[in-house]
Design a protein around this ligand. Structure first.
Ligand code: SF4
Length: 511
């Protein structure tokens, strides 16, 4: 248990995530030395973390951050209150980015020295580390300037800087092919011309141990699927009117597991999409088939008929014992069979998602997964580092699982790179999540020409994303690169009941 004390609610989240990165798995809590009456004005997320301070806990370490008029005092102490390190930073508070960098670098210095450990991404704790490289290159800065910035300001390792530069360069090339983003190379975005749609189907055959997505077991929600699809159609119809003057670039159906729907339900949904949306123009139509236990020949036929261009069949692991442990209720063989069937039926762009760091998986298990995936030779592969999310079963039942090995490292991610290389796949997008095992990253690799454009558009915030269905979030990208978002409620019943409100939120965001 690590305590962070602050006398102001400034840079709170940056400090919190940096400390968390050095002490993965440790509980953190914030102790605000501010007036009780001011707590109400704090953002919801901050208030949530503050609540923890009411519990009776004795921290193993405390980081004390005290803001003065022109300085910040940092003090890191052990459980007996003995000072491990203390620093006073002279700060020009009028320059927020510099204040943040300087504060994070100093905390990084203290914690790296104490733990004798460096973070591969340095002080970059946000989810889009490649965005820095992408925007600098887009604005005409050189690779060397990106390198200097990422090293000096964020303390990123050479390896991660190389990866960011490689991915950002590839993203710029790929986005330049999109007619609606023709000027991305010069950093001038025509974002208002194009948009993408995400549709969430929040049902799955069963719920995976680590899942934090909107996902409800199909069997227990069977009676609600019809009403859900009706509400979704209403949302599709309204969005088609709202966005009628813009160009639909990509469509992504995810969830949950879209193929948890029956072939008849999929047929109806896809026909409706064709009726309402300019589907002939889309560059990419993705369906996250996802779980092999939901894929049938009939459903693949429906996808073929409606010109789905890219599907995902996700093993996550090719180890039977892990599949059981994480509650996926399908076998390794079913992954091979679904993949073979999809190939035979002519799907020429199949992605596979994998997770490193699953409970109990050793280096040998990870190597086995990669060797089996290599035999199938997918067109793209997204390698995730397990994230222990707050709302997952894994986090809620942590006592039961904490004895398992949870391991990821640069060495294991290196196997992903080697497998990708042998398959002719190149890294083309990257993102990070909170509470990732090994504090590494998720990387999407693809054969040239088989990349998922939607993935780049959403991760690099290059275009408006209109998200439909329960638990989805829409994002508007403004011309200056800033974003605004609106969310749909997560609960299926509430989504159905309040569908008009979900539509209204989108009208307010995109009108
Ligand atoms: S298949 Fe995906 S969405 Fe469904 S339960 Fe598993 S992790 Fe969650």
């Amino acid at each position: 248990m690590i305590k962070i004390t602050l006398n102001e609610a400034d840079y709170e989240y940056d400090i919190y995530s940096l400390v968390q990165a050095f002490f993965p798995g440790e509980d953190l809590y914030l102790d605000y030395q501010i007036e009780e009456k001011n707590v109400e004005d704090l953002p919801y997320q901050v208030k949530k973390r503050i609540k923890l301070q009411k519990d009776n806990i004795s921290p193993s370490h405390t980081l004390d951050v005290k803001y003065g008029d022109s300085s910040i005092d940092l003090k890191f102490v052990d459980e007996k209150g003995e000072c491990i390190e203390e620093k006073i930073l002279d700060i020009d508070f009028s320059n927020r980015p510099e204040t943040k960098n300087s504060l994070k670098k100093s905390i990084y210095g203290i914690l790296a020295k104490y733990t004798n450990h460096k973070l591969p991404w340095g002080t970059l704790t946000g989810i889009r580390p490649t965005k820095i490289a992408l925007s600098m290159l887009s604005e005409g800065e050189s690779a060397e300037e990106v390198r200097d910035r990422m090293k000096d300001a964020y303390l990123a390792s050479d390896e991660k800087i190389d990866l960011s530069l490689e991915i950002a360069g590839r993203e710029i090339d790929l986005l330049s092919n999109l007619k609606t983003l023709v000027n991305v190379k010069r950093g001038v975005r025509d974002a208002h011309l194009g948009y993408s749609i995400y549709i969430g189907i929040p049902f799955c055959p069963t719920t995976c141990l680590y899942c934090s997505f909107p996902s409800y077991a199909r069997a227990s929600y069977a009676g609600k699927v019809e009403k859900y699809l009706l509400a979704l159609k209403k949302e599709i119809h309204e969005v088609s009117i709202l966005m009628k003057d813009k160009h639909l670039d990509t469509l992504y159906i995810g969830g949950g597991t879209p193929t948890a729907l029956s072939d008849v339900e999929l047929e109806e949904l896809f026909s409706y999409l064709e009726k309402e949306l300019p589907m002939d123009n889309v560059s990419e139509f993705n369906v996250e088939a996802g779980r092999p236990d939901s894929i049938t020949r009939e459903k693949l036929e429906v996808m073929k008929k409606h010109n789905v261009t890219r599907i995902s069949i996700n093993p996550q692991t090719m180890n039977e014992k892990t599949l059981k442990l994480i509650g996926r209720h399908h076998s390794v063989d079913s992954v091979r069979e679904s993949f073979k069937l999809a190939r035979e039926m002519g799907f020429s762009n199949i992605n596979m998602d994998l997770i490193i760091g699953l409970p109990g998986e050793t280096k040998e298990d990870v190597l086995y997964t990669f060797s089996e995936v290599e035999k199938m030779a997918p067109d793209s592969m997204t390698v995730h580092s397990l994230a222990v999310k707050t709302h997952s079963r894994l986090r809620k039942q942590w006592e039961e699982y904490k004895g398992y090995l949870f391991e990821n490292s640069d060495e294991l991610m290196g196997y992903a790179n080697q497998t990708a290389e042998r398959l002719g796949l190149k890294p083309y997008y990257l993102y990070r999540q909170k509470q990732m095992v090994g504090n590494l990253e998720n990387v999407g690799f693809a054969k040239p020409g088989k990349e998922g454009l939607y993935n780049i558009l959403i991760m690099e915030e290059q275009q408006d994303i209109v998200a439909l269905g329960a638990g989805t979030a829409s994002k508007k990208v403004h011309m200056d690169g800033t974003t605004s978002r609106c969310e749909n409620v997560k609960d299926v019943d509430t989504y159905i009941e309040r569908i008009d409100e979900m539509i209204q939120r989108k009208k307010e965001l995109f009108s």
